[in-house]
Design a protein around this ligand. Structure first.
Ligand SMILES: C[S@@+](CC[C@H](N)C(=O)[O-])C[C@H]1O[C@@H](n2cnc3c(N)ncnc32)[C@H](O)[C@@H]1O
Length: 738
């Protein structure tokens, strides 16, 4: 049954929405290592089963599946979602990615790991680190007088030397450290003495209990300007010429295992002399080391990295404080000494992922009271208050250190990373799905499904991963049963600029032997992302995408699908997609909506961006559905309204941003439909893009279409008589062959 008929939008959308709210519960494998913009695994499982399966999708989804010998490729494998889903149901898979980190991570996901050996080595690592740096992550509890309790987070504020008097100014954007959501009271930092005050009403916080200064949650650092509290001089920041900004430790969130059960809320303190002495000790110890693994590389210019330069960061090591550098260097030394290569690589992968939390760009979430890792948005935002997590992590409970079964407290330490990784690898051995029965969630085992290349008693599956540009992919003609992918979304994510942050360390730790690791950086002129610094515009993105899709089209069996997800806030980014599909000689037979991001995710929140992707299904020959072929703006509105109704039924009432992307998807599909006869591949790309633009404009200006949607479709989606009948019943006259 082809996707066009078997794919069940409300069913898949509901699954994808749930998955994206807490992806590691549905696809624990994502914890192997961070990758950006991972699409829902449930979506790709649904696409595979729609295309390959014979039963109703909603039934097939929760039953173990096996499709040995089926050949699936992904030219942009990233973190590997489509490939993993295909491998899991027994297909042979082939993946490409220009970024060396991608091939490394997908291999880590697929390659079997002896979990016992891993647990032993991980415990030895954390014990060695506890012995060498553990005391640097301890503090004394002023509330109960207990000594040497573990620190969860150190909180640092950026400081500035006043250009008037030379004094050091704290760059506090606000004085609220913790809201009264997860803690009984609001915690405010005193602007005068720095003491922490717990208050009920943060609008009327009163005065500091220690020094009497009036408390406020509003900080003095605003729009890159601050007046010196001593001399009144108006200072501006950042000052790149002064180098990386200095920080001052101003607060600590710690954990007191002996008191936790009877204590209400969290434990906060202002650092005391011993805490400051530990900072100094860490700095002195790191100074005395000759580091082997701390990368010396400079941060190159880039669309994202330029922000770091504006803040005076020049080298990757500038992004860490001395305690972090010390702990990371010592971690690397321990890992490098592990004899078992598979386990060594697993822990090296963990170190690379740990870096996300062990750097001085992490922020503290004052509501959730936890660290926000460096990649919580797809960039390098530089905050004024930074959060340093305990590098070891903390086990819950009195005397729980060393107990692998005790859950972790806080985030961003070795223990957290190891636990998540072990869970991910257990899921690879025995994947499951989560089924919802009302509010009840049931784990559905999938006996016979597994992730890997070989397992006793099962036929070997081919796994070919290549760190290379898919624009050069050379595959045998008519060899693939499907290509499933999600390509770069023009300039939405700068993969190389971001991933270099991890690569610089991982490469030093594992050597240059891994495929692609001979490269000094993950940057490549062949990366298919729009990038202003690299002068890669829409036309070059389109040329690259067209080359990849053409190669994939040649490798597909006649009529087999190339299906991919896409969304962008600008219609121009879809012109490249249309031109690439047309150049590949394919027709777009479906443009299906599916949620693919978390609505609350920090990089989406408040941006008006869509969380809905269009899944484009393209074939050289096949059939589309008559009801999707609109000719007038009203018919287009009807098609969009049907999607909106499906998504609403699934639990997502589309926003205007969502509807815009849904509209762009359908416009792109129909532009391809109209341009498919007589498409001239020999034209220059700018000319092709202009033709696509003209074709998409025939239904009116996109802004007007979306404005119309706002008043009509979103407010009241028209009833859809066919919804109940589809996809079980296929009406013969609905198929339009091409
Ligand atoms: C949207 S991501 C894929 C995400 C992936 N599906 C996942 O689940 O994590 C797009 C990927 O395309 C890769 N890429 C960019 N240019 C490429 C090229 N020329 N050849 C192959 N891969 C490329 C990027 O490195 C990135 O990993």
């Amino acid at each position: 049954m082809p996707i066009e008929h078997a794919f069940d939008v409300p069913f898949v959308a509901a699954l994808a929405l749930k998955e994206k709210q807490i992806q590691q519960n549905y696809r624990p494998i994502i914890a192997v290592h961070k990758w950006f913009a991972r699409r829902p695994g449930t979506l790709f499982r649904a696409l595979l089963l729609s295309e390959l399966g014979q039963e109703r999708l909603a039934d097939a989804f929760y039953r173990p599946q096996a499709f040995p010998g089926v050949q699936i490729a992904d030219p942009f494998m990233g973190g590997g979602t489509p490939l993993i889903e295909a491998n899991r149901i027994g297909c042979d898979v082939q993946g490409f990615d220009i970024n060396p980190m991608s091939a490394w991570i997908v291999r880590e996901e697929i390659e079997h790991l002896d979990l016992g050996a891993y647990a032993t080595a991980a415990l030895a690592l954390t014990e060695a680190l506890t012995a060498s740096v553990g005391r640097l992550y301890r503090t004394d509890c002023p509330l109960y007088g207990d000594r040497d309790v573990p620190v969860k987070y150190f909180l640092w504020v950026k400081t500035l030397a006043c250009a008037g008097c030379g004094g050091s100014i704290d760059l506090f954007p606000g004085y609220l450290l913790a809201e009264n959501k997860r803690h009984p009271k609001n915690v405010l930092i005193c602007p005068g003495c720095g003491d922490l005050n717990e208050v009920d009403d943060r609008k009327h916080p009163g005065c500091c209990a220690s020094c009497g200064t009036a408390l406020t949650s509003v900080g003095p650092a605003r729009r890159n300007r601050i007046d010196c509290p001593d001399c009144g001089h108006a200072n501006s920041y950042p000052r790149p010429q002064a180098g990386p900004p200095p920080h001052r430790l101003f607060a600590i969130e710690y954990y007191n295992p002996a008191r936790k059960a009877r204590h209400r809320g969290r434990f906060f303190k202002k650092p005391d002399a011993s805490d400051l002495a530990r900072v100094a000790e860490a700095a002195a110890r790191f100074e005395a080391l000759c580091p082997d693994f701390v990368p010396p590389e400079p941060i190159p210019p880039g669309d994202e990295t330029d922000r770091l330069h504006r803040w005076g960061y020049r080298d990757y090591r500038d992004l860490f404080n001395a305690r972090q550098l010390l702990a990371l260097e010592l971690s690397c030394r321990e890992i490098a000494a592990i004899g078992d290569e598979r386990v060594r690589h697993a822990l090296a992968t963990n170190l690379s992922d740990l870096l996300r939390y062990q750097n001085m760009l992490c922020r503290y979430d004052t509501m959730a009271l936890k660290s926000l890792d460096i990649f919580s948005v797809h960039g390098f935002p530089v905050g004024l208050v930074q959060c340093e997590s305990n590098v070891l992590g903390i086990r819950n409970g009195h005397g729980a250190e060393g107990r692998l079964d005790a859950p972790a407290v806080g985030s961003g330490g070795w223990i957290n990373i190891i636990d998540k990784y072990a869970k991910a690898k257990r899921w690879c051995d025995a994947p499951f799905e989560i089924r919802h029965h009302g509010t009840r969630k049931v784990q559905v085992a999938m006996p016979g499904e597994w992730i890997g290349e070989q397992r006793k008693g099962a036929p070997r599956r081919a796994v070919r991963l290549s760190c290379s540009s898919a624009t050069l992919a050379d595959l045998p003609p008519a060899s693939l049963d499907a290509v499933l992918t999600d390509p770069p979304y023009f300039g939405n994510v700068q993969y190389a600029e971001l991933m270099d942050f991890c690569y610089m360390w991982l490469r030093r730790l594992v050597g240059h032997a891994a495929e692609g690791f001979d490269r000094a950086s993950t940057h490549s002129p062949m990366e298919l992302t729009g990038n202003v610094t690299q002068q890669r515009g829409l036309a070059s993105f389109a040329v690259g995408l067209a080359s990849v899709y053409s190669r994939m089209a040649d490798a597909l069996k006649p009529g087999a699908p190339l299906a991919f997800t896409y969304h962008h806030n600008r219609i121009e980014a879809y012109y490249a997609v249309a031109a690439a599909i047309l150049d590949a000689g394919l027709v777009c037979s479906a443009s299906l909506p599916c949620p693919a991001e978390m609505s609350g995710s920090i990089h989406i929140h408040g941006t008006g961006s869509s969380i809905i992707d269009t899944v484009f299904v393209c074939r050289s020959t096949g059939a589309t559905r008559r009801r999707w072929l609109f000719e007038t703006p009203d018919e287009l509105a009807g098609v969009i309204a049907a999607d909106i109704a499906d998504l609403t039924a699934a639990g997502r009432k589309p926003t205007l941003g969502d509807s815009r992307c849904i509209a762009f998807g359908h416009l792109t599909r129909m532009a391809i439909w109209h341009l498919r006869h007589g498409w001239d591949r020999s034209l220059a790309m700018p000319e092709k893009l202009a033709r696509v633009a003209e074709a998409t404009a025939q239904w009116g200006a996109q802004d007007a279409i979306v404005a119309d949607l706002k008043t009509q479709a979103i407010a009241e989606p028209p009833p859809l008589p066919y919804l109940t009948a589809w996809p079980d019943q296929q009406e013969d006259d609905d198929a339009v062959p091409f």
